[in-house]
Design a binder for this molecule. Sequence first.
Ligand code: ZN
Length: 493
Amino acid sequence: MNKPRETARLLVRNGYLITMDDDETIFEHGAIAIGDDGRILAVGDDADIAARYQAGQTIDAHGAPIHPGFVECHLHASYHLFRGVLPDQLVESDSFDTFEGHFYNTVTDEDEYLSVLLACLEMIRNGTTCFMEAGTVLTPEMAARAASEVGIRAVIGDAFIWDQPQGFAQGKTDGAGCATCAAQARLHTELKRAPKTREEALATLGAQLKRNADPDALVTGHVAVLGLGTASEELMMEAKDCADAASVTLNIHQSYSPADTEADRKRFGRDPLLHLDAIGFLDRNVTFAHANHLTDAECEVLLERGASLAWAPAASMMWGHGSSMHGRHGELWRRGGNVALGSDSPNWSNDFDLWRQSNLAVLAARDTHMDRTYLVAEDGIAMATRAGARAVGLEKQIGSLEAGKRADIVIHTLDRPEMVPSTNMIRNLFYASRSKSVHTVIVNGRVILEEGRFVGIDERAIYAEVRKASRSLLNRMGHRVEANAVPRAARRP
Ligand SMILES: [Zn+2]
């Protein structure tokens, strides 16, 4: 007599299962059983799982790839209402007063909510099931609300943890005679709703950690510090203590452009990461966003301490900061460093598509080292999954498809031209299709996107609201959207 089958809430069957477990096991005809609590009960060969479990709902992947949801490790979620507004010929030092000064003093809670809502829909559609926000949503509650409504996992921080906002401008240019420095310093200190002093920053630091009291919470808290010269050493260490006490990640922008890297080198009197190590800041629970400009000595100490990087290759390429030429990310990855990925913001990468970042990361590293074999597709997928989970402090819960982990799962479709023919599933997925074939997305065992359609979310109604809110925000900011910002004559002087 057959053994009675165990009960699962959901079965995902008949897929090319890329588990990203420690051995990077692949089940070519695989299945996943998911329990009532949103955790994975078992993964394995389809025939074995089907024989062992019965479920109320079954999703047939029709042979398509299935992988752990991608983990976005550096993202500003509240700028989506002015995506694409900054012209290609704008220099970066002029860009910050547009959004820092005017945007942050104009944006409302409702604008931030809609922006994060849009960002979440975009991430789900692109196969991202978890994001860590960089601590720049003025009302973090709006980020939490939007993420919860969409059903995406989110790790959010307090807004603008800084105590020397004028430090930002100093790191944006080479200094002497800079016409915009003074203006920028003023704008940053005039962000009405951001802290001005260490006391004000400390008053909000750690407020989002309250979310971690519920072990099943989809939206949790971490400690975000803006960085780039805006935090004193005292504040940085207070933030580190706060993150340590709560066992969460501390994330901070670091060594983004040559200018802010130099400014940090000047204020610390040596390579920034060497100084941060000397004062006890550099640690396994620290995630540095960007880190495009590191010295040999900084790479060594980074590897030794086990800190993570959130590499945003498109953001560097968009603004010409040289991560593909000077970045050490690929090399650090090969040496065992934890290099995760980020999309930054809607005027830096412009899309929240970690598949794009993953692909760019692998190709950029090959180009830098002039070596096709330097990184392979599997490295890119590992950066977006396992490394990401560690960089946001959730490696025990997500980042791979294994029994006991949360069921954050992306199922692709083979019914796209880029997925035909199926000669090598991973290479077809990574080089040809990427996010285009994302078909069904599950977060914490719940189906959010089913065969290309959001479940219980009126996507078009949200887009209409976002368009309206964006027009209103840009009007209030006095921003004129130009039909053609860069005429041909200006492009070819
Ligand atoms: Zn950033």
